[in-house]
Structure formats: structure tokens, C-alpha cells
Design a binder for this molecule. Structure first.
Ligand code: LLP
Length: 418
């Protein structure tokens, strides 16, 4: 959506004004361009078409039903990391064979749901989990296909909180454990334990770690076949990075070509789990400027959105491009763009070059479609923001903003329980 401050032909200022007629007290909102989302989904699927993978959108990036439904319409399934995400995927019309259950804290309820309602596959995080999945599959007399998550010891660049494939990471089993489990898969007669899952990190802009993950997966598949337990499924996870604040984007088509060449004719089933790449660039956080304060020559621009609305800058030192919707005339100068919460980490940019800004102006925080609203909280007694979607030049409020009254209404649910 970079360039014009519009979503799908709807100017963002108009979108915000329209929301204000519904929610007069609102000072910020998320806006997603669903047509751009569908175009990215088509581009992703076209790039990997030679492999014919299941593209399972990582719901944790954005769980708005309007987003999930649009992706489903573009042939994209869902990667769910919890019972809530499984239920959400199903409620949005995602069919059993399009759902992948992931996560490293499997509960009996998730295992039971997967066996009862059906999934394409389950990513199991460790060997003992297989016993739980086996019991659930046996109880429903329904086989479950399982990919064992392997920690390949692959380091990735970027913030350590989004690195998942290094030896320190909590995810997955060692290659040796995986090979032993596949070789003794007769222990779990109701599971089709023929898959490997790797997800080495997020916001990758260089395909090298994915290349290493692929080679690790192929090497293990070969070794497992040698031990009499051939694999049928490789799930390479997500991680495809986007161009935040002028940075590079993951070379999607080049990597897809390389992957297809490397594995042509292998007869394997494939799963990919993109999250950020699909939805990140199509979302924007629109926020009103509340105050402009100068102290010792430094300009602080206080927005009506804060770290409870978009946590990425505070948690990962992530930087999102920020621009006024209607830039005022005048020279750009540095500004600390901050939120209104009582936390020193509540900062979107330390010194963004921005033109003059006045209270009441609107700014767009770009590339906020992934891990934005999905990670929002009520911290500091703040309601989560409204989410708008634009499609075909039409604007819909897809989720209402929470008000102070909403927070007060659910302030207590006392039940005497002991
Ligand atoms: N598959 C698995 C198993 C995952 O854990 C994740 C994300 C994905 C797929 C999707 O990854 P993506 O394609 O979006 O990189 N909150 C952080 C990102 C955390 C990613 C967690 N796992 C952020 O805002 O940067």
C-alpha cells in the first residue's frame, strides 16, 4: 500500500472520518486493503505453483475473519497454533484438508479437536506429544498425519525473539530424535508419521537460512528412507520477509524457482506457512496526533496509538515507516514519534524525518498488517482498535473498537469456587 495514503481506492482520511461517525471517540484504527491481500495471495501461490504446496496462512499474524475469508477465497488455508485459531479457521470456512495445527504446547483439547474435526497435518514439537496425538486419533478412529518439528541448529539474522531454528530455541527435536521416531513409527498406529516441519525464523530477507533448512530436510528425508521410513511431507514453515521502512523484501520468485529446481519430481507433499509476507504490507495503522511537544530542541510527536496497539517497535525494536496523511508545507525535521502509554519503550521512532505536524493531524504507520492488531492488548486500560477493510472501493468496519465502557463491563466475573 506504499505510495498513496489510500486503501484500495479509499483515501485513509476518508476511512478515518467514516469510522468517526460510527465511533466518535476513536483516535486510531487499522485499515487493510483486501484486494491487495488477494493479489499477494495469488502472487505467492503462482510463485510456488510448480510444487503445488498447501499454503497455510499463519493465523497468528492476523486473525481478522475478513482477512481469513479473503485468503480462503484465494486458495489459502490456515496454520493454527491454538484451539482458538483452529476454531477461528473453521468458522471462517477453512476446510479440514486446508488446516495445519502447529505449536509447542499441545493440549489434550487441541489433539482431540484435530482428530475429531480433521486437519491436513499436525506439527508435533516433541516425541512424547506423539502419544497424546495417538490417543486422540485412536479415540476418534481417524488417522492423523504428523510432521515432526526438527530444530536444525540454523541461525538467522534479525532480532533474537524471531529466530526459531537456532540451537537455543525452544522449538522442535534434534535430527537424531526425529530419525529414531520415524524409524519406530509403528508405535503410533493411528498416526501417519511421515512428515518433517522446519520454521527457522521470521522476517528473513535473505533465502540462505531457508536454503540451509531445505537441505537439512532433504538430508533427513534421505536418511530416514535409508532406515526404512521414507517421508512423504515437508513443511518448510514461513519466514518470508517484507520491506519495512525502505529495507529489502524476500526474493520470493527466485527462491520458489530454486526450490522447484532442487526438488523436482521428488513426489513429496509440501506445506508453506507464510504469515507476514501475505498480510504485512496490506495493513496500515492510522493514528491521530494528540500533542506535539518540544523539550531542549527535541520534538516529540505523541500519537493516539501506542505499544498496546502495535507492539513490534517496543518488543523487537522494529521500525515501521511513518507518514502524515496530508503533509503540511515546511521542512522535514527529526521527531521522536511516541505513544501515550506510561512506558519508556512506547516509542515508534526515535528520530523520524517528518514535516511539521499539529494536533489532530493523521499519520499512517505502514506495514502494520502482520503482528499488529493480532498482538494488541488492553494494557494501560486501553480498548483495542477498530479494524476496517477496503475492497472494490468499499469500506467496511470489520471489527469495532473497544471502548472504556467495554473494559468496565468485563472488569469482574466473580464466581465463588472454593
Ligand atoms: N510457521 C510457524 C511455525 C511460525 O511459528 C510462524 C511465526 C510462521 C509460520 C509465520 O512466520 P512469518 O511468515 O510471518 O514470518 N511477532 C513477530 C513474529 C513472530 C513469528 C512467530 N512465528 C513479529 O512481529 O515480527
Amino acid at each position: 500500500m506504499s505510495g498513496t495514503p489510500a486503501a484500495c481506492g479509499v483515501p485513509l482520511e476518508r476511512a478515518f472520518a467514516a469510522l468517526r461517525t460510527l465511533e466518535p471517540g476513536c483516535h486510531a484504527c487499522y485499515v487493510y486493503d483486501l484486494d491487495a491481500l488477494a493479489a499477494r495471495a495469488r502472487r505467492f501461490r503462482a510463485a510456488f505453483a510448480a510444487l503445488d504446496p498447501l499454503t497455510a496462512f499463519a493465523l497468528k499474524a492476523n486473525g481478522l475473519p475478513a482477512v481469513l475469508e479473503r485468503l480462503r477465497g484465494a486458495g489459502v488455508g490456515a496454520e493454527a497454533g491454538s484451539l482458538g485459531e483452529l476454531e477461528l479457521a473453521a468458522a471462517c470456512g477453512c476446510a479440514a484438508e486446508m488446516r495445519v495445527l502447529n505449536g509447542n504446547g499441545r493440549t489434550p483439547e487441541e489433539a482431540d479437536w484435530a482428530a475429531r474435526e480433521g486437519v491436513h497435518s499436525v506439527n508435533a514439537d516433541h516425541v512424547a506429544e506423539l502419544d497424546l496425538l495417538e490417543r486422540a486419533a485412536a479415540a476418534h478412529a481417524r488417522p492423523l498425519r504428523v510432521a515432526l518439528r526438527v530444530n536444525p541448529g540454523i541461525e538467522t539474522p534479525g532480532h533474537r525473539y524471531v529466530a526459531t531454528g537456532g540451537e537455543e530455541a525452544k522449538f522442535g527435536v534434534s535430527p537424531g530424535e526425529a530419525l529414531a521416531a520415524w524409524a519406530s513409527r509403528g508405535r503410533w498406529p493411528h498416526l501417519a508419521l511421515d512428515g518433517i516441519h522446519l520454521h527457522v525464523g521470521s522476517q528473513l530477507t535473505d533465502p540462505a537460512p531457508l536454503e540451509r533448512a531445505l537441505e537439512a530436510a532433504l538430508g533427513m528425508a534421505e536418511e530416514s528412507a535409508r532406515r526404512g521410513a521414507p517421508l512423504g511431507l515437508i513443511n518448510l514453515g514461513g519466514g518470508f520477509g517484507i520491506a519495512y521502512d525502505g529495507g529489502a523484501e524476500f526474493p520470493l520468485e527466485a527462491w520458489a524457482r530454486r526450490l522447484a529446481e532442487r526438488v523436482a519430481g521428488g513426489g513429496l507433499a509440501w506445506v508453506l506457512e507464510p504469515g507476514r509476507w501475505l498480510v504485512g504490507p496490506v495493513g496500515v495503522l492510522v493514528a491521530e496526533v494528540l500533542w506535539v511537544k518540544r523539550r531542549d530542541g527535541r520534538r516529540f510527536v505523541v500519537l493516539a496509538a501506542g505499544m498496546n496497539d502495535l507492539l513490534r517497535p517496543a518488543l523487537y525494536h522494529a521500525r515501521h515507516a511513518i507518514e502524515p496523511l496530508a503533509p503540511r508545507a515546511g521542512a522535514s525535521e527529526p521527531a521522536a514519534v511516541v505513544g501515550p502509554l506510561c512506558e519508556s519503550a512506547d516509542v515508534f521512532a526515535e528520530d523520524a524525518m517528518l514535516p511539521p505536524l499539529e494536533p489532530g493531524d493523521l499519520v499512517a504507520i505502514r506495514d502494520a498488517g502482520a503482528y499488529g492488531a493480532a498482538m494488541a492488548s488492553n494494557y494501560n486500560g486501553r480498548g483495542r482498535l477498530a479494524e476496517l477493510v477496503a475492497s472494490g472501493g468499499k469500506l467496511t468496519r470489520a471489527r469495532a473498537g473497544e471502548t472504556a465502557a467495554d473494559l468496565v463491563a468485563r472488569r469482574r466475573n466473580d464466581v465463588l469456587i472454593g
